[in-house]
Design a protein around this ligand. Structure first.
Ligand SMILES: Cc1cn([C@H]2C[C@H](O)[C@@H](COP(=O)(O)OP(=O)(O)OP(=O)(O)O)O2)c(=O)[nH]c1=O
Length: 191
């Protein structure tokens, strides 16, 4: 018996690439368009899990398993926005400069019968203290665009990161250890 059907509920090419590292090619890609506004006083962990679950439900199918993820950058109890413009990216970088923060990466796997299993990866990231020149150069790079917390570890930002404790793939958007556990438990044959 082969693997069941897998639908990836994500528009992110990174999530597809990370999944490929487990030897998984989804049978379909169904991006989930949901309201991503945090609830009032919602804490970062709860928010990441809720978003992953809602994406999995939005792409629900009777024919296969649906995998969805959500990546949130948190400074204490504060949820940083996804940087869609330079001002937001700069504000995020100024806040993260020289401080530890957490990256929460939630995965939700919805079975065809509607049951949902989820996993959360939590990573501590510490940027060096960033000079005004370093922030300016990063803004010019444009690598912050569409990224939670205004940076992408998979690019030049890694040269500014002094420490990371946790999951590199989780920071990028799909924690491979947790993804493997979820998919194996659901009966997928992995590389
Ligand atoms: C912190 C960080 C975030 N990110 C990205 C991962 C996610 O794509 C994005 C956070 O937004 P998400 O809402 O998790 O994902 P998305 O909107 O890109 O894709 P979809 O909902 O369709 O699955 O930030 C990086 O690529 N590198 C990083 O270092």
């Amino acid at each position: 018996m082969g693997s069941p059907t897998l639908i990836l509920a994500s528009a992110s090419p990174r999530r597809r690439e990370l999944l490929a590292r487990l030897g998984m090619v989804p049978n379909a890609i169904v991006p989930a368009d949901i309201d991503e506004a945090p609830l009032k006083a919602e804490l970062p962990r709860a928010y990441a899990i809720r978003m992953a679950r809602e994406k999995a439900v939005a792409a629900a199918s009777d024919d296969g398993f649906v995998l969805a993820g959500d990546t949130v950058v948190a400074a204490g109890r504060r949820i940083l926005p996804k940087a869609e413009d330079e001002v937001t990216a700069r504000t995020c970088l100024e806040l993260l400069s020289g401080r530890r923060h957490r990256v929460l990466s939630a995965l939700a796997l919805r079975a065809p019968d509607g049951t949902i299993r989820e996993k959360l990866s939590e990573t501590m990231v510490m940027f060096k203290r960033l000079s005004a020149e370093e922030i300016d150069a990063y803004i010019v790079s444009g690598e912050w665009d569409g990224k939670a917390g205004g940076y992408a570890i998979q690019g030049i930002a890694e040269g500014l990161i002094a420490r990371i404790q946790g999951s590199h793939s989780g920071v990028m958007g799909l924690p491979l250890y947790e993804a493997r556990l979820l998919l194996k438990a659901a009966g997928f044959e992995l590389a």
